[in-house]
Ligand binder design. Structure first.
Ligand SMILES: Nc1nc2c(ncn2[C@@H]2O[C@H](COP(=O)(O)OP(=O)(O)OP(=O)(O)O)[C@@H](O)[C@H]2O)c(=O)[nH]1
Ligand SMILES: *[C@@H]1O[C@H](CO)[C@@H](O)[C@H](O)[C@H]1NC(C)=O
Ligand SMILES: *[C@@H]1O[C@H](CO)[C@@H](O)[C@H](O)[C@H]1NC(C)=O
Ligand SMILES: *[C@@H]1O[C@H](CO)[C@@H](O)[C@H](O)[C@H]1NC(C)=O
Ligand SMILES: [Mg+2]
Length: 394
C-alpha cells in the first residue's frame, strides 16, 4: 500500500492543478492574436466593476448566417474618383479589373474620371467596358490647374529647377505640382463631384488584394468617420520646409477652427513645435467630401495656397490632407482600413490577421507597417490606441 505523507501531498496537488490548467488551455486556447475570436471593444465609459464588454465584429468578417451586405440595396452617396491621363488607360483598366472583382461588381458604385485634358473616345469606351456601374468623365477647369495670380512665376521656376538639381523626387516637375494642388484643394468641388458625399480615391496601376464584402462608404457614414487610410509613412522634408510653420500660423489665426481633442500628435512629436513628416498616403483615401467642402478645410487650403508652397516648394496632397485630418478631426473620425489589401508601388498594405488574410492574395509578411516597425520607421498602427509617429518613441 502506498502511503502519502503530508509533505508529499503538496507537489502532487500542484502537479494535478497544472495538468488541469494545461488541459483547459488545450481545449479552450487563449486566442490572443486573432484566430476565430472577434476583436472585442471595451467600453471605458462604464465603471471598472461593471465594465461592459461588447463583441464588435470586424466589418469585413460579417456573420455568415446573415445575407451578404450587398443584397441590402441601401448605398452611400459615393463614387470612386480617378485623376488620370489618356496614356494611363491600360493601368486604369488593370486597377478597375481588381476593384470590380474584389468589391464593386457587388456594390456598383459610380466612377468619376478627371483630367486636365479631354478624355479620348478610346479611353471612355475601354474604361466604361470594365464595369456595370455609371462612369462619368470630367475636364478640370483651367483655374484649378494653373498658377494663381499671386504666384511669382520666375521665382517658382528658379526654385523648382534648384530642387531638381538637389535631386528631390519630382523636384523639377511643374505638372506634378498642379496635380498636388488640385488633389489638395479642388477635386472635391469639381462639378461632377458636387453631387456626392463620399469618395474613394483610386490611381492607375494600384492593386487591390482582398475581397471587400461590406460597404466601406456606409461604414464611414454609419460611424461618423471622415477620413480613411491604409498606409502611412514619412514625407521628404525638402518638399515641405515651410508647410508646418504655415500651418502653425493658420492655427493661431483661426483657433476657433481647431478642436480640443484632435489628432495633432499624429503629425508632431513635440506638442506642435515641429512636423514629424508622418502622413497618410493619399493615393488611397476613402473620405467625406462635405468635410473637405466645409468652412474649416476650405479656409485651411486657401491659407496654404496663398502661402505659395505648392509652387515654391513641392507640398504634397498627402501631408496637406493628413495635417488637416490631424488638426480638425478626432480619433473616432479617422479610420484605418486594415482589411483593404492595397499596393501602390513600392509599398503594400496586407492584412496580418489570419481571418482577414483568408480573403486576400497578398503576402502579409510584406505588409508595410510590419516591415517599417522593424526598422523604427514612421508607421501608424491602429490597435486599441492610435500608435503613431516614430515607433521607437513609444
Ligand atoms: N490628368 C492628369 N493626371 C495626372 C497628371 N499627373 C499625375 N496625374 C494623376 O495624379 C495621380 C498621382 O500621380 P502619380 O504620377 O501617380 O504621382 P505619385 O503617386 O506621387 O507618384 P508615382 O510614384 O509616380 O505613382 C495619378 O492618378 C496620376 O494619374 C497630369 O499631368 N494630368
Ligand atoms: C441596410 O443598410 C442600412 C444602412 O447601413 C441599414 O440602416 C439597414 O438597417 C439595412 N437593412 C437591412 C434589412 O439590414
Ligand atoms: C512629372 O510628374 C508626372 C506625375 O505627375 C510624371 O508622370 C512625369 O513623368 C513627370 N515628368 C518628369 C519630366 O519627371
Ligand atoms: C469626435 O468628434 C465628433 C464630431 O465633432 C463628436 O461627435 C465625438 O463625440 C468626438 N469624439 C471624441 C472621442 O472626442
Ligand atoms: Mg501614383
Amino acid at each position: 500500500m502506498i502511503t502519502i505523507t503530508s509533505s508529499q501531498l503538496r507537489p502532487i496537488l500542484l502537479s494535478s492543478l497544472l495538468i488541469i490548467c494545461l488541459t483547459y488551455l488545450y481545449l479552450f486556447p487563449l486566442n490572443l492574436s486573432s484566430g476565430t475570436t472577434r476583436p472585442v471593444h471595451v467600453d471605458n465609459s462604464a465603471s471598472s466593476i461593471d465594465q461592459v464588454v461588447v463583441a464588435k465584429p470586424h466589418p469585413n468578417l460579417p456573420d455568415p448566417s446573415l445575407p451578404p451586405a450587398w443584397l441590402n440595396t441601401t448605398r452611400a452617396n459615393a463614387a470612386f474618383v480617378i485623376l488620370t491621363r489618356n496614356k494611363e488607360l491600360d493601368d486604369v483598366r488593370w486597377t478597375m479589373r481588381q476593384l470590380e472583382a474584389r468589391f464593386n461588381s457587388k456594390f456598383n458604385y459610380p466612377y468619376v474620371f478627371l483630367n486636365d485634358q479631354p478624355f479620348t473616345e478610346e479611353f471612355k469606351e475601354l474604361t466604361r467596358a470594365m464595369t456595370k456601374a455609371q462612369v462619368q468623365y470630367g475636364l478640370i477647369p483651367e483655374a484649378h490647374w494653373s498658377y494663381p495670380e499671386w504666384i511669382d512665376v520666375d521665382k517658382a521656376t528658379a526654385l523648382r529647377e534648384q530642387m531638381g538639381r538637389e535631386g528631390v523626387i519630382y523636384g523639377d516637375n511643374l505638372s506634378y505640382r498642379h496635380m498636388c494642388r488640385f488633389e489638395s484643394g479642388f477635386f472635391f468641388r469639381h462639378p461632377l463631384m458636387m453631387q456626392y458625399d463620399y469618395y474613394w480615391r483610386v490611381e492607375p496601376s494600384v492593386d487591390f488584394y482582398c475581397d471587400i464584402d461590406y460597404d466601406p462608404f456606409l461604414y464611414m457614414k454609419d460611424n461618423n468617420m471622415k477620413y480613411g487610410w491604409t498606409i502611412s509613412l514619412f514625407e521628404y522634408w525638402q518638399t515641405v520646409r515651410t508647410l508646418w510653420p504655415t500651418v502653425k500660423s493658420f492655427m493661431s489665426e483661426y483657433p476657433e477652427l481647431i478642436p480640443e481633442n484632435n489628432l495633432i500628435d499624429f503629425v508632431t512629436n513635440d506638442g506642435g513645435e515641429s512636423y514629424n513628416m508622418c502622413h497618410f498616403w493619399s493615393n488611397f483615401e476613402i473620405a467625406d467630401l462635405n468635410w473637405l467642402r466645409g468652412p474649416a478645410y476650405l479656409r485651411y487650403f486657401e491659407y496654404l495656397d496663398r502661402a505659395g508652397g505648392f509652387f515654391y516648394e513641392r507640398w504634397g496632397d498627402a501631408p496637406v490632407h493628413s495635417i488637416a485630418a490631424a488638426i480638425f478631426l478626432n480619433k473616432t473620425e479617422v479610420h484605418f482600413f486594415d482589411d483593404i489589401g492595397y499596393r501602390h508601388n513600392p509599398f503594400m498594405h496586407c492584412p496580418t490577421t489570419r481571418e482577414l488574410q483568408k480573403k486576400c492574395s497578398c503576402n502579409s509578411d510584406e505588409n508595410f507597417g510590419k516591415l517599417r516597425a522593424k526598422i523604427s520607421e514612421c508607421v501608424c498602427l491602429w490597435s486599441n490606441e492610435l500608435i503613431c509617429g516614430i515607433i521607437n518613441r513609444l
